[in-house]
Design a protein around this ligand. Structure first.
Ligand SMILES: CC(C)(COP(=O)(O)OP(=O)(O)OC[C@H]1O[C@@H](n2cnc3c(N)ncnc32)[C@H](O)[C@@H]1OP(=O)(O)O)[C@@H](O)C(=O)NCCC(=O)NCCS
Length: 140
């Protein structure tokens, strides 16, 4: 059964690191130095698991920035990413965040469009990958 939980870094880090390492460092060949930063310590982390096995993660900062969203390859297109996004939106509204923003990999843009994010600005390269800033205004 799919479970989606919120946790601080101390509790989320083993799971989040496992998923982000598999997706960004191994699958996408992103450098370790580009994957880990100090924002993890203070962000809220979303962790998805099936039957206790971690399959997805993302983080939300107190400023409303979503980052490092990832679902293990074999578990994609089954609604996990959407479940995590719904949890992020619910949490952000509870925290009275007015706008969510993120740097989307161009290859994932369509996923965020499905969740009502719109492009804001021009394409740029981050960690060697083409990205675009996307935003969604929240009403609560
Ligand atoms: C992007 C990602 C997190 C989506 O997670 P997921 O669990 O596969 O997403 P869902 O199954 O909830 O998909 C929801 C919808 O978005 C669509 N979608 C998913 N990934 C997509 C993508 N990369 N591009 C376009 N549409 C996408 C699905 O087809 C589905 O559409 P539907 O509602 O019409 O059926 C996942 O594909 C992933 O980890 N990709 C690799 C890492 C990555 O690129 N992360 C984003 C960094 S910005």
């Amino acid at each position: 059964m799919l479970k989606i939980l919120l946790a601080e870094w101390a509790r989320a880090k083993v799971t989040a690191k496992h998923v982000r390492h598999a997706v960004f460092i191994v699958e996408q060949n992103i450098a370790e130095a580009d994957e880990w930063d100090d924002y993890d310590e203070n962000a809220l982390h979303i962790v998805a698991s099936i039957d206790g096995n971690p399959i997805g993660t993302a983080r939300l900062t107190s400023e409303g920035t979503i980052g490092h969203m990832a679902v293990l390859k074999n578990f994609r297109n089954q609604g996990t990413g959407s479940g995590m996004m719904e949890q992020i939106i619910k949490t952000a509204k509870q925290s009275q965040i007015k706008e969510l923003s993120l740097h989307a990999q161009r290859s994932a843009e369509g996923f965020y469009v499905k969740h009502d994010f719109v492009i804001d600005g021009d394409e740029f390269t981050q960690a060697g990958v083409p990205h675009i800033t996307m935003k969604r205004v929240l009403r609560w």
